[in-house]
Ligand binder design. Structure first.
Ligand SMILES: *Cc1c(COP(=O)(O)O)cnc(C)c1O
Length: 400
């Protein structure tokens, strides 16, 4: 499949008409276990996952519906292989715990998805893993944080929730000089707008719950990279930690991928329109969207991304935000993102800082200074942008 372009791969990679029934749409393989080959070498290949496509044994190890999704995602990221998980966090934790053992050190973004920040900040220490959380938008800060026992550099770009970017090529260079792999959480960009492996990253992971599934109906995660390493993650983490994806969710997310590129173009054009509207609104202090000229890293966004995505962040005071989330009618006040429906999420900076036990006083001060009273994270859906803008305009206008 690798000779085909992106949209063709998004439709065809990893799937073909069912050889038994001729079914053009891939069936959902709702089975826990598989009939095994006779006891002998082929059985051993299956049990030890030998070869590119070992026979299926048991659905925690592999499943045909899940494999279709893994192969399609690997094709879209330009990777040799992928391994899917029950959620984005299962993918995050599996990649961390594959490469980090007691006594090892990891350098990670000080701002990333809350679950990842909490896993690193609250739990990694219990397993003897040392963590340095740094502002990875400053590549030099990454270099300075490296230690002799550093085994992994972990970044998220654009970062949830503040849409801060990290220069993937620069940080990959620094990590490789130190002989350690770079992992990129590319959930916000999707492979439509960003290909971290082509920029030098070693692994890309996604919460497929978001844009890749795209319909707000299935949790999922994936890690893609070199075949042997992905095999190691599957063997060590999927099989033993057990966060296996349901075949039904794999089928839903695979269906989502067929329209990924169309959806991302629409998310993006509407996001830009909403961002421009918010930028001139008197009740909005600041808007962050990588596609706006005012984004502090707009040049980097143009360099390493081919589009800017569907997430917009707006700073406003708590009273304005509290009114807004109650007045909107097209948007829903809900967490998550990447859905076909527009969602927005806000919580005051004070609440965030109070809950972030892993940040030191200086880091808390920096968050307060950066975010003001709080930030509204807006996930632009597939509705008409005029209706989205009118909804926000009405809800902002009705606030004191
Ligand atoms: C949502 C999210 C995750 C976690 O994914 P789940 O599917 O909710 O477990 C990880 N990283 C980013 C950037 C996310 O937005």
């Amino acid at each position: 499949m690798s000779e085909y372009r992106f949209d063709t791969q998004a439709v065809h990679a990893g799937q073909e008409p069912d050889p038994v029934t001729g079914s053009v749409t891939p069936p959902i393989h709702m089975t826990t276990t598989f009939k095994l080959p006779e006891p002998g070498p082929r059985l051993m290949d299956a049990l030890f996952l030998r070869g590119d496509r070992p026979p299926h044994v048991y659905s925690r190890w592999s499943n045909p519906s899940v494999r279709t999704l893994e192969e399609k995602m690997a094709a879209l990221e330009g990777a040799e292989a992928g391994v899917a998980f029950a959620s984005g966090m299962a993918a995050v934790s599996s990649v961390l715990f594959t490469f980090l053992s007691a006594g090892d050190h990891v350098v990670a973004s000080d701002v990333c998805y809350a679950g990842t920040a909490e896993l690193l900040g609250l739990h990694a220490g219990r397993y003897g893993i040392e963590v340095s959380l740094v502002d990875t938008s400053d590549a030099e800060a990454v270099r300075q944080a490296l230690r002799p026992n550093t085994r992994l550099v972990y970044i998220e770009t654009p970062a949830n929730p503040i849409l801060r970017l990290t220069d993937i090529a620069a940080v990959a260079g620094i990590a490789h000089q130190a002989g350690v792999p770079l992992v990129v959480d590319s959930t916000f960009a999707t492979p439509v707008f960003q290909r971290p492996l082509a920029l030098g990253a070693d692994f890309v992971l996604h919460s497929m719950t978001k844009y890749l599934g795209g319909h707000g109906d299935a949790l999922g995660g994936i890690v893609v990279g070199a075949r042997e390493e992905v095999h190691r993650i599957r063997e060590g983490m999927l099989i033993h930690l057990g966060g296996a994806m349901s075949p039904f969710n794999a089928w839903l997310i695979n269906r989502g991928l067929a329209t990924l590129s169309l959806r991302m173009q629409k998310h993006q054009s509407s996001a830009l329109a909403v961002a421009r509207f918010l930028e001139q609104h008197p009740k909005v202090r600041r808007v962050l969207y990588p596609g706006l000229e005012s984004h502090p890293q707009h040049d980097l966004a143009r360099r390493q991304m081919s589009g800017f995505g569907g997430m917009v962040v707006a700073q406003m005071d708590t009273e304005t935000a509290t009114n807004l989330v109650q007045q909107v009618g097209v948007f829903t006040y809900a967490t998550s993102l990447g859905d076909y429906q527009s969602l927005l999420f806000y919580y005051p900076t004070e609440m965030y800082v109070d809950s972030a036990a892993y940040l030191d006083a200086e880091q808390k001060r920096a968050v307060r200074e950066w975010a003001g009273d709080g930030i509204m994270r807006i996930s632009i859906g597939l509705e008409d942008p005029e209706d989205l803008i009118a909804d926000l305009d009405g809800a902002l206008g009705s606030t004191g």
